[in-house]
Design a protein around this ligand. Structure first.
Ligand code: GDP
Length: 320
């Protein structure tokens, strides 16, 4: 067996600020830190509004975190992105700029910025390597969010070049799991379909509508695997390129819908609403850089969906 990689950075006994701890990703990162005996520094929106520069800088001066995991973001599915372009661009831009600048001004030792695989061009070469960034036009349904996240990547690169700051950027594929947003229209596909299938089962509806053609392919990463990946990258990576976080495999939306139908024990039919947008045809990440650093996702899609549904049944997540 290969030797475990030497850690470049030790998180133990550090003050680790998780920005966005109430979101699905931030909460999973807090669980992963707790597994390592680290109690993260967190703050509510009332304590610090990261969209405001003065509030963000005051918070950093007061609390002096040594490590920052930037999982705070304004997120949503394909419809939310289309409906609220200003929110997706402005809020994500401000959060990234304010936190990264405040981290630099206040002596943060290491920062990880989180984005998403939608930063890549709509027709990027598959599987998508990190080098595909900015090689083509973006998918119009989520370009507001994507532009803000690309700017975040460029910010951490710029601070690294200008100040030698140890900041890294991580781009997970489509995330799902406990703590998701189950809004009927503004959620991502996994949460949206869990809710729709569950409600159809309860009401005895003869069919469930799936948006689009069912042919787009997506790669789904279980959020606790993502959190482990983030901590692994903080410990084992430093460098200018962002890194992909994913499973390296994808499924069609139709296959995903059938899996969710099985897990929710719904017995009706699937209907595809072609009037709804498909978005990017495919966004499968090349995950070899993270694999070379000794990390891989361990939760199968079946197991992850079952855990996500169990969390939904327990009343977890938002917009229920
Ligand atoms: P995307 O990866 O940015 O496109 O994010 P989404 O999770 O919103 O959508 C993924 C794919 O699932 C798209 O092709 C959607 O059209 C499709 N889809 C099918 N049913 C749903 C649904 O109920 N909600 C969402 N958000 N997407 C759906």
């Amino acid at each position: 067996m290969a030797e475990p990689l030497r850690k470049l950075f030790d998180l133990t006994n550090r003050s680790v600020y998780v920005a966005g701890h109430r979101g699905m990703v931030g909460a999973a990162i807090c669980r992963a830190l707790a597994d390592r005996g680290i109690r993260p520094l967190v703050a509510t929106r009332a304590e610090v509004d990261l969209e405001r520069q003065d509030a963000t800088e005051a918070f950093f001066r007061r609390r002096r975190p040594q490590v920052v995991i930037l999982a705070a973001a304004h997120v949503g599915g394909i419809k939310a992105n289309n409906d609220f372009p200003r929110d997706f661009l402005y809020k994500n831009l401000m959060i990234a700029a304010n936190v990264i600048e405040a981290a630099q001004r206040n002596g943060v030792l290491k920062l990880a910025f989180l984005g998403s695989s939608c930063i890549y061009p709509k027709f990027a070469k598959q599987p998508i390597t990190e080098d595909e960034l900015l090689t083509g036009a973006l998918e119009p349904t989520n370009e507001w969010y994507a532009i803000a996240k690309i700017t975040g990547i460029k910010l951490v690169q710029a601070y690294r070049r200008q100040y030698d700051a140890d900041m890294i950027a991580l781009m997970p594929s489509n995330l799902y799991g406990p703590g998701d947003n189950y809004h009927p229209e503004h959620s991502h596909v996994v949460a949206g379909l869990i809710r729709r299938f569950h409600e159809a089962k309860l009401s005895g509806a003869p069919s469930v509508t799936i948006w689009g053609t069912g042919t787009p392919r997506r790669e789904f990463l279980y959020v606790d695997d993502c959190a482990e990946g983030v901590l692994h990258a903080l410990e084992h990576y430093t460098g200018e390129s962002h890194l992909n976080l994913g499973t390296g495999t994808d499924v069609t939306i139709a296959d995903l819908a059938r899996l969710i139908r099985t897990i929710t024990e719904y017995e009706g039919e699937l209907e595809f609403d072609h009037a709804r947008p498909d978005g990017t045809p495919r966004k499968l990440l090349d995950v070899s850089r993270m694999r070379d650093l000794g990390w891989k996702a361990t939760t199968t899609l079946e197991a992850g969906l079952a855990k996500a549904y169990a969390d939904f049944l327990k009343g977890g997540g938002r917009n229920r």
